[in-house]
Design a protein around this ligand. Structure first.
Ligand SMILES: [Zn+2]
Length: 145
């Protein structure tokens, strides 16, 4: 038996322990009973960012974006599709750098969109510029080996 994965609930931020075999079986949160994965990126704020980055046992891919950024708007549906392909092995999340300026500054985001891949609270890699679904998936898988 492999160890259970810690998965942070995107709805109530509770840390769930999910057995590896159950990860792909649309597990629900033990606290709020909503799905832990919905094939959709999670919107993160200053209040929830660190918890998701540090407490998830799966890698977290963050799209740093802004509402006024044209390439960000173009990439948004591609990023949703990437979530459908990468969950539950990877959590996909978004940070609106306009409403969450402190997070953008903390992580030194200089251009948007920027994708950053985190595991265990540390940044593994980042990539600036809009990407299509397949490029996002390929890039993430390349980083994770
Ligand atoms: Zn929950």
């Amino acid at each position: 038996m492999s160890d259970p994965f810690h998965i942070v609930c995107p709805h109530c931020q509770a840390v769930n322990r999910v057995p590896a075999v159950r990860l792909g079986q649309t597990p629900n949160c033990g606290q709020c009973h909503r799905p832990l994965f919905e094939a959709h990126p999670v919107e993160l704020t200053q209040a929830s960012f660190a918890r998701h980055i540090e407490r998830n046992d799966i890698p977290v891919l963050v799209d740093f974006w802004a509402p006024w950024c044209g390439p960000c708007q173009m990439m948004a549906p591609q990023f949703v599709q990437a979530a459908q392909l990468l969950e539950p092995k990877v959590r996909l999340a978004k940070v609106n750098t306009e409403s969450e300026q402190a997070l953008g500054a903390q992580w030194g985001i200089r251009s948007i969109p920027t994708l950053a891949l985190f595991r265990g609270g540390r940044e593994l890699a980042r990539q600036a510029g809009a990407m299509g679904t397949q490029d996002i998936v390929r890039w993430v898988r390349a980083q994770l080996g």
